[in-house]
Design a protein around this ligand. Structure first.
Ligand SMILES: [Zn+2]
Length: 554
């Protein structure tokens, strides 16, 4: 874990305008800065950054917080990842506390025992070794990647029992599963096994390639506490140092591609685990800020996957390229047949991510037909609008060249990328906002007011009052009021006058409601009406802050 003191040091040495200004174009507006909110579609800026308070707040969708929160939201990072990102961009060293035991150590022990068992088994299994040899995998790679073999289900269960590991625990680790009749069976049978490690090098699961006629060629461990396949990348642990050194990473689609690429010296290769590349992979891919080379199959499935990944990466600010291997020539085949120079050229000569997307769109229309051309241009524009502004301008120029059209066709105004926020707009009440702001700045007013009013007095601001009373200042409404220069700060006399006015409005509204109520007992109704008319309202008019009586709730 990152030590709190170093997070504090980071907080005090970064500036919110600097941080957000590196992502968005900020315009000065009074004491604050404004921009179009990047988190919801809008045409007029309601996204405000306050250097004084070191926070940002969107009046449109309510999102807000400090610099770290912004990076979390914008980059889709976890809290520690956002801190690490900021620390590295601003050159601020972080210190870490020693990791505590996560409680998953029992599952990990099962995985380690089983991994050793699989590793031993491969050398006793000629048909498995033969398979690997036929694929061109050397003994050195078998060792380096910890490749193993699993035979029968019974042998796995026996191994677990021999090591006195509880079967339910082994099931939690994903090695075995419980059948319908309550008996346990191994998830992988007669397969070559590939251990999967997390970024720290601890084993978290397995992939298995069948050696029989099983319809599923590859199977992965199920989702467990330790294993989340949509976040992990196969080979990352072994590729990590090269990725950091070269600032390049090659993303492939298979275990064998990774192993063969490493074997051929491309030790920065990783693979997704039988899934497409998703935004969940991005925090890991972003580490070390490498350029990403997508090395996918040239068949239609590979092209579709590459297109999706290229869009995801480019709109998330990654630089990189796409390499499509000609049919029948995946990286594994090229390495095993010794075509290293050709492979090197292919990996170096990929198409830039955004160019790949633009050309793909162009090629999917018949642009000799003006109507189709128009459609293609519209599609390219909507893609360009997902890119960062500066990057977008550069690619608008390329798009104009690719389509052989004037640049103006690709310089469309930024349109809303996401559906407008679902959150209902709160109808603003300037009086309550001024009251709340004054309370934020003068805590004694909080006590004064809480003695008098019930939160229900402040229609639409109930939650803000509750949070203020609880000193929870992260409330979006409170944050918005705090940052809004048009909300005045009241002195004590003005504060009291404002409360009196609100009290009067409240009781007059109640009175009207009461007169129209048919369901109330006559006696109670007339009592309440008389109470408001002859007691409460006259006292308010005389300037008395009449306390709210709980029995008054109608
Ligand atoms: Zn917003």
């Amino acid at each position: 874990m990152i030590e709190e003191s170093s997070i504090e040091r980071l907080r005090t040495s970064i500036d919110v305008v600097d941080v957000i200004g590196s992502y968005l174009e900020l315009k000065k507006s009074g004491a604050n800065f404004k921009a179009n909110c990047p988190f919801h579609g809008e045409k007029t800026p309601s996204f405000v950054v306050s250097p004084q308070k070191q926070i940002f707040h969107c009046f449109g969708c309510g999102v807000g917080g400090d610099s770290i929160k912004f990076v979390m939201e914008f980059e889709k990072l976890s809290y520690p990842e956002a801190i690490e990102k900021l620390a590295s961009s601003y050159n601020i060293p972080l210190t870490y506390t020693k990791g505590t035991n996560s409680g998953s150590s029992d599952e990990r022990r099962v995985l380690e025992v089983i991994q050793n068992f699989y590793k031993e088994s491969i050398h006793k299994t000629p048909h498995a070794l033969e398979y690997l040899q036929n694929r061109g995998i050397t003994n050195k790679s078998i060792e380096h990647f910890g490749i193993g073999y699993v035979g029968s289900s019974a042998s796995v269960i026996e191994k677990i029992k021999q090591n006195q590991l509880p079967l339910p625990l082994a099931a939690d680790s994903g090695v075995i599963a419980k059948g319908e009749r309550g008996d346990y069976y191994a998830r992988l049978v007669d397969r070559v096994t590939f251990p999967i490690f997390n970024t720290a090098g601890a084993i978290v699961g397995f992939g298995g390639r069948t050696l029989g006629n099983h319809p599923a060629k590859y199977i992965n461990s199920p989702q467990t506490k330790l294993f989340n396949k949509s976040r992990l990348l196969y080979g990352y642990y072994l590729a990590k140092s090269t990725i950091y050194d070269t600032k390049e990473v090659v993303v492939t689609e298979g275990y064998l591609d990774v192993i063969m690429l490493h074997q051929a010296g491309f030790t920065n290769a990783v693979a997704t685990l039988g899934t497409a590349l998703t935004s969940e992979h991005l925090p890991l891919l972003r580490k070390g800020e490498p350029k990403v080379t997508l090395a996918y199959d040239g068949d239609s499935a590979g092209v579709a996957a590459a297109l999706k990944a290229a869009k995801l990466l480019s709109t998330s600010g990654f630089e990189g390229s796409v390499v499509l291997f000609p049919e029948g020539k995946d990286p594994a085949d090229m390495v095993s047949s010794g075509n290293l120079q050709e492979l090197r050229n292919l990996l170096k000569g990929g198409a830039d991510l955004a160019i790949f997307v633009i050309e793909h769109i162009k090629n999917s229309y018949n642009i000799n037909n003006p109507y189709e051309k128009q459609k293609a241009i519209t599609e390219v524009n909507s893609y360009l609008n997902t890119l960062n502004k500066v990057v977008k301008e550069a690619y608008a120029l390329k798009a104009a060249q690719i389509f052989n059209t004037p640049l103006a066709y690709f310089n469309q105004k930024q349109r809303a990328q996401q559906a407008p926020t679902q959150q209902a707009q709160i109808s603003k009440n300037p009086a309550w906002e001024a009251i709340l702001k004054s309370m934020l700045h003068n805590n004694s007013l909080i006590d004064e007011l809480l003695d008098i009013v019930d939160f229900s007095f402040a229609k639409g601001y109930e939650q803000a009052f509750r949070n203020l009373a609880a000193n929870n200042l992260q409330d979006p409404v409170l944050r918005g009021i705090e940052i809004d220069d048009t909300v005045p700060l009241l002195d004590e006399a003005e504060f009291k006058a404002q409360i009196l006015q609100e009290l009067e409005i409240y009781y007059k509204t109640k009175l009207k409601e009461l007169l129209n109520r048919q369901d109330l007992d006559y006696k109670r109704k007339s009592f309440l009406i008389r109470k408001i008319k002859t007691d409460i309202l006259p006292r308010i008019k005389k300037g008395e802050l009449v306390p709210h009586e709980s029995n008054f709730t109608i």
